[in-house]
Design a protein around this ligand. Structure first.
Ligand code: BGC
Length: 335
């Protein structure tokens, strides 16, 4: 009898606590979880014009991503190259239709999609671009207000230089207020300055009252390994040949960085997304595979969804010539 009573009482307590636990967890955590394992469709729509960097999106790409077992796509877009230079900064309707198509493809495949703004190079150097930035987001938000809740927004990739954590936190809050008029609960992804550095998480601030935000960071450390031979990283030719043997010290450094991020997430009650990580193709394949596997697993250990950088270009997990996945890289991502 006592045992029976104990069971009944403990079952009652569990049930009574369940709604509380659910209510206490902001739904951004559920939204973050849905991102699961993702991949960036890089070098396509964020090139100065699509195709200029060698990638033109095809329906098969979305299907291949879904079939391989990914849950989500991050879609980098260079909106700033497709909007008027002066007020009212109207977005080019033809270009918008292309983005519509890409969102349709992702949604039809059952993939969650993060629509971002990438390479707005001018605003990093000159904050007088803020009104144009806000006006573009106002248009994007209105255009996609009726999209399913599997379409997320990310306002700006890798803020840096003039967009310090202070300036960026302020601008982000202003633009968010505007976007919330048309998209009151859509998940919005946002990361700190210094190119979304993991070490800047503690330096930026998010609007307290918005519970639909997913914080993000990018991870390319050790940079001299991941960016060896990358033309846009100064001096990177000298780093060629650097390996990543996954020494205890390397593994410990990775674990420490991610533990710091997890601590930030816990203290701030915000979910975290690892929005980019990858090692460039100039590094040896074995090291890339070890590093990619180690980073993805470390993220998963802390419950961070992730998006690999990127699909089929210089970091590519997919070979667009043979239309095949690079099997070791794919296995490192999805074991
Ligand atoms: C940039 C890419 C670059 C990658 C790795 C991204 O955020 O937009 O151009 O290839 O980071 O450096």
């Amino acid at each position: 009898m006592r045992t029976f009573l104990l069971v009944v009482v403990s079952a009652f307590l569990t049930l009574a606590q369940a709604p509380l636990a659910l209510a206490a967890e902001p739904d951004a955590f559920a939204a973050a979880k849905r991102l699961g394992r993702g991949i960036n469709l890089g070098n396509a729509l964020e090139a100065p014009s699509e195709g200029e960097w060698g990638v033109t999106l095809k329906p098969e790409y979305f299907a291949a991503i879904k079939d391989a077992g990914f849950d989500s796509i991050r879609l980098p877009v260079r909106w700033s190259a497709h909007a008027q230079k002066d007020a009212p900064y109207t977005l080019d309707p033809k270009f918008c239709e292309r983005v519509d198509w890409a969102l349709d493809q992702a949604t039809q495949q059952g993939l969650v999609v993060i629509l971002n703004m990438h390479h707005y190079d001018e605003i990093y150097q000159d904050l007088s671009h803020a009104p144009r930035f806000a006006a573009m987001w106002k248009q994007i938000a209105a255009r996609y207000r009726d999209r399913p809740d599997t379409v997320y927004f990310e306002f700006l990739n890798e803020p840096h230089t003039k967009l310090t954590d202070e300036a960026w936190s302020k601008l982000f809050a202003e633009v968010l207020r505007e976007v919330r008029r048309t998209n009151p609960t859509r998940p919005v992804v946002v990361g700190p300055s210094q190119w979304n550095s993991i070490h800047n998480l503690s330096k930026f601030t998010l609007p307290e009252d918005d519970q639909h935000l997913i914080a993000t960071f990018h991870y390319y450390l050790p940079f001299q390994f991941t960016h060896q031979g990358a033309s846009w990283a100064q001096g990177s030719d000298a780093w060629k040949g650097r390996k990543w043997p996954q020494s205890p010290e390397e593994q410990a450094a990775l674990a420490k960085d991610f533990a710091t991020a997890a601590q930030w997430s816990k203290e701030h009650h915000r979910p975290l997304l690892l929005g980019e990580f990858g090692a460039y193709s100039a590094a040896d394949m074995d090291s890339r595979v070890r590093w990619t596997n180690a980073v993805a697993r470390e993220a998963e250990k802390h419950g961070f969804p992730w998006a690999y950088w990127e699909f089929c270009s210089g970091f590519g997990a997919f070979d667009p010539q043979s239309n095949q996945w690079r099997a070791p890289l794919l296995k490192a991502l999805i074991p």
